[in-house]
Design a protein around this ligand. Structure first.
Ligand SMILES: C[S@@+](CC[C@H](N)C(=O)[O-])C[C@H]1O[C@@H](n2cnc3c(N)ncnc32)[C@H](O)[C@@H]1O
Length: 214
């Protein structure tokens, strides 16, 4: 608990969650609940901005899952952002690179999540002297576009890749008349455990035990 509080304190100042520390804390807390497994698959963040939440995830990895990597995905380039006036341009990209430069286990994809999901099964990375693919992720944080259709596209493509017992955290699900919160509250999937907080949706992937194993 003390370690998580330290991680949050050191990274929240670089995040846009400064106003709502609880959301940042929740994301870090669930990242730290990720099951430890052999050949720990990467952690993934969609939407990186200045790198505050990515820094927190890298610190969680350093403390608890030192053999894995963090993959971040963000197009920057002042791409029009949903229906909002906010711009995420070169300054944020440079800040993110400077902030995370010392982490050799950070891999950034400078593109939209849609493009990343398109190439995901064609790219590999090297870590710990081994070649790895992106067939599984340990933890997923969705904080890029908050348009409901984009979130659902990311979710549908990424959920199959999340490890059993792993968490997928979606930020700002209070946006757009809480469409995403409502969607997951009404979804009846026995393999998912859904928790809606004020601004976030947390999804745990698990499998109901079969009759034989009960
Ligand atoms: C809310 S900010 C991320 C904040 C960051 N996670 C933090 O807590 O510090 C949203 C980011 O999503 C990026 N973004 C916008 N559309 C995107 C898309 N289609 N795919 C991936 N990232 C996107 C923006 O460039 C911006 O940097």
């Amino acid at each position: 608990m003390k370690q998580l509080a330290k991680i949050i304190k050191e990274s929240i100042k670089y995040s846009d969650s400064k106003g709502d520390q609880k959301d940042f804390y929740t994301m870090v807390e669930y990242a730290a609940k990720t099951p430890k497994i052999a050949d720990q698959p990467p952690f993934l963040e969609i939407g990186t901005r200045r790198g505050g939440s990515a820094l927190a995830l890298l610190k969680v990895i350093e403390a608890l899952y030192p053999d894995t990597v963090l993959v971040t995905v963000d197009p920057y380039g002042n791409k029009p952002y949903d229906s909002k006036p906010w711009k995420y341009g070169d300054d944020f990209y440079v800040e993110m690179k400077n902030l995370l430069a010392s982490y050799e286990n950070h891999i950034h994809y400078h593109m939209t999540s849609e493009d990343f999901l398109d190439i995901l099964d064609q790219v590999h990375y090297w870590s710990q002297r081994k070649e790895h693919d992106f067939s599984r992720f340990s933890f997923i944080f969705l904080d890029g576009s908050h348009l409901p259709e984009n979130i659902l596209f990311e979710f549908e493509n990424l959920l199959p890749l999340l490890i059993k017992g792993g968490y997928l955290v979606i930020d700002n699900t209070d946006f757009y008349e809480k469409k995403i919160q409502k969607h997951f509250s009404s979804a009846k999937n026995p393999h998912l455990e859904v928790t809606n907080t004020k601004n976030q949706t947390i999804i745990k992937k698990w499998c109901k035990p079969t009759k034989q194993t009960e």
